[in-house]
Design a protein around this ligand. Structure first.
Ligand SMILES: [Zn+2]
Length: 113
């Protein structure tokens, strides 16, 4: 990882009356002279997209009833949720709204210069 530490004070306000850190003339000398710790992470471009590699996790599907929140088992078969809905509505004829929940893998990588 490209991380560099910059321990240089951003401005020289050590002698000014209370600064943003609450440091003033009554602050012990050691605390007044301690520069603020900052970390600078190198700016790089990242790409994020669905994982379409051969070893990517398979998409999985599930359905959830919007009325009672009961849900189907998760499956790699996108039609299995529809079968579950037909069984659910058979015993709950007033439950007409459902949400499909799809899980798919994503990947992120840093652009190389
Ligand atoms: Zn339901």
């Amino acid at each position: 990882m490209d991380v560099t530490e910059d321990t240089t004070p951003s401005t020289d306000q050590r002698d000014a009356a209370p600064d943003s850190r609450g440091v003033d003339a009554n602050t012990p000398r050691r605390a007044r002279n301690t520069p603020p710790l900052r970390s600078v992470i190198k700016l790089v471009d990242w790409t994020v997209e669905p994982d379409r590699e051969p070893d990517a996790k398979p998409y999985t599907y599930a359905m959830e009833c919007d009325v009672c929140c009961e849900g189907s088992p998760r499956s790699t078969d996108p039609q299995s949720g529809c079968v579950w809905i037909l069984g659910h509505v058979k015993t709950n004829p007033s439950h007409h709204s459902y949400t499909e929940i799809i899980k798919r893998g994503w990947r992120a990588w840093m652009e190389q210069p």
